[in-house]
Write a protein that binds this ligand. Structure first.
Ligand SMILES: [Zn+2]
Length: 98
């Protein structure tokens, strides 16, 4: 069982934050692709992307601070590190702001 599944099963706060973070990233990616494909430009589009990026950054920061402060998650990730090399956070990091 992947570490994140194990963890979301144990910590519902983590599950909620992770979901919010993934969702924000999906929306941002989707919007970027749409805009790229259609060749939109302009201030409104720029503002919208900034807004989505900020929403994602906020969600990510919440997830990160939860990661540092939640005893349950720290315990689980300590267990997880022994068995799993990739965490969902590392996955998100790779994708973000490329
Ligand atoms: Zn937690």
């Amino acid at each position: 069982m992947p570490a994140d599944h194990f963890r979301t099963a144990i910590c519902t706060d983590y599950e909620r934050l992770l979901f919010a973070c993934q969702r924000a990233l999906e929306i941002l990616d989707h919007r970027r692709q749409q805009i790229g494909a259609l060749g939109f430009a302009g201030k409104n589009i720029g503002d919208e992307l900034l807004c989505l990026e900020a929403a994602y950054a906020r969600a990510y920061a919440h997830l990160e601070s939860h990661d540092e402060n939640c005893q349950l998650c720290r315990f689980v990730s300590k267990l997880g590190h022994r068995h799993f090399s990739s965490s969902p956070l590392a996955e998100l990091e790779k994708k973000s702001f490329v």
